[in-house]
Ligand binder design. Structure first.
Ligand code: GDP
Ligand code: GDP
Length: 455
């Protein structure tokens, strides 16, 4: 009763982080020291992006959630490049490419006191060739007197320069009005989905693997925070369980508990139901029957999780039925058919007795951690630099595609964009992924690697 009180009344039962993946993306570009991170702070209304006195010092965090006039968008600060190592020209080119490939609108910041430099003109040329909307902010216009400096930036040919003072906030509101008007309804590039609320788990697997037994076991050992919505006759779709002192939403448990008997179209229905559960969750627990041979349907469920880009934990249930011989066979089956998900945590349990079910939470947490891992751009590029030097792409028809640099476009799951001079062999791409995993982990998470070929 105490638990139900907690969640009665107006409690929102639609737990989980809002899906921000469709938000449009704005990339802030410009030379070091023009005031990009000051502007990021100003837009966010808090001092989150650290302003550093030394120009070009690497910043780790790149994407922020921002809002103006009720419009949500992602703000990408491309300023975190190690200019000292790579040189300003390269940094400008890289920023421009990242902005062009990840953003819906580029916000180009120029220091109005300095005026347009050669690097600014180079940036302008790159941005213009992309045909992405560009908004020009003339920063450090701290007073009305300085507005003449801003007007001089008309000759960059990017249209009206908006005079602002990121430091004092002057003109920033007008700039943001123009900016949100230029945003598309839905972002072209899905960015990320932070997951700081109650994690959502999809418990999936073919019939009879033990899903409802596991659910009962977990509900019995843990604390069922809500198993029914009071005052309604409808089945609760999701169930909140407190496990190891933390709440977890198990999605679509009604389907598991009700054990709907389907005759016609049972397969299609269960595939759809599984798909919906996976998409409504952040992490999927795929249950396998340890006592039975691995089936095609088992592999299909695993693949659904990977394709949906969710975190994955593989659970071999009915371990009480697994003798030594079966254990050997099972190992071989999984090496043969589940090699493509060898990054997923695997645990062995017996749902019926509750044996080792207490290991599930740790596995879920590990997978969610992998799913939300963000690699700072500088570390990523240091890693790639070494990798490419030691293992260059094989020659193809006299040409050798090179990876120039990379950036992480998002998390949930981690997504990377490699900027290259040519298409990469699938083999080489897999090799890069393998090395990425060896170096940075991503336990329990798919990893997406995109390639942008530079002309
Ligand atoms: P970034 O390298 O482009 O991210 O630049 P920062 O945001 O780190 O700013 C560089 C320097 O310019 C800092 O010392 C800021 O305080 C200063 N700055 C930023 N915006 C303004 C502004 O609107 N007016 C003035 N006077 N200084 C600013
Ligand atoms: P579901 O269809 O995936 O929800 O599977 P159920 O939970 O209904 O389980 C199917 C059958 O497997 C039932 O007869 C369970 O008693 C049995 N079962 C579930 N877990 C275990 C286990 O750990 N060991 C053994 N031996 N049987 C189990």
């Amino acid at each position: 009763p105490e638990d139900l009180a907690l969640l009665s009344g107006e409690t929102d039962l639609s737990f989980g982080a809002p899906d921000t993946s469709s938000w449009p993306t704005v990339a802030i570009v410009g030379r070091p020291n023009v005031g990009k991170s000051t502007l990021v702070n100003r837009i966010l209304g808090r001092r989150e992006a650290v302003v550093l006195d030394e120009p070009g010092v690497t910043r780790d965090r790149v994407t922020y959630e921002a809002q103006w006039n009720g419009r949500d968008f992602h703000l990408v600060d491309t300023g975190g490049w190690d200019v000292g190592v790579k040189g300003l020209d390269k940094a400008v080119a890289q920023q421009a490419e990242i902005a062009i490939s990840l953003a819906d609108v580029a916000l180009f910041v120029v220091d109005a006191n300095v005026g347009a430099t050669a690097s600014d003109e180079e940036m302008m040329r790159l941005l213009r060739s992309s045909k992405k909307p560009v908004i020009l902010a003339a920063n450090k216009v701290d007073s009305e007197r300085a507005e003449a400096d801003a007007a001089a930036l008309w000759n960059l040919g990017l249209g009206e320069p908006y005079p602002i003072s990121a430091l004092h906030g002057r003109g920033v509101g007008d700039l943001l009005d123009v900016l949100v008007q230029a945003l598309p309804e839905v972002g072209e590039n899905r960015v990320e989905r932070p997951s700081d609320s109650t994690p959502r788990v999809a418990l999936v697997g073919r019939p009879n693997v033990g899903k409802s037994s596991l659910l009962n076991s977990l509900a019995g050992s843990g604390r069922a925070v809500v198993s029914e919505v009071p005052g309604t006759t409808r089945d609760p779709v999701d169930e909140v369980l407190e496990l190891e002192g933390k709440e977890w939403v198990f999605v679509d448990t009604a389907g598991i508990r009700r054990r709907i008997k389907q005759t016609v179209g049972a397969d299609y229905y269960s595939v759809l139901r599984t798909q919906a559960a996976i998409e409504n969750a952040e992490v999927a627990l795929v249950l396998l029957d340890g006592g039975e041979p691995l089936t095609e349907q088992d592999v299909k469920v695993v693949n659904q999780v990977v394709e949906a880009g969710r975190a994955l934990v593989i659970v071999n249930n009915k371990w009480d039925l697994v003798d030594e011989y079966r254990q050997q066979v099972l190992k071989r089956e999984q090496v043969a058919d589940l090699a493509h998900v060898d990054w997923a945590p695997k645990i062995n349990i017996a749902a019926k007795t509750g044996w080792h079910t207490n290991r599930i939470v740790r596995a879920l947490e590990a997978a969610l951690e992998g799913w939300t891992t963000r690699i700072p751009t500088s570390r990523l590029n240091a890693f790639l630099g070494e990798l490419v030097a030691a293992h260059p792409h094989p020659l193809r028809g006299g040409k050798q595609p090179r990876i120039l640099y990379a950036t992480q476009a998002g998390v949930c799951p981690p997504r990377f964009v490699l900027f290259t001079t040519g298409f990469l062999d699938p083999q080489y791409r897999r090799f890069v992924e393998r090395r990425l995993r060896e170096t940075f982990g991503f336990v329990g998470s798919p990893v997406r690697i995109g390639v942008r070929v530079r002309e």
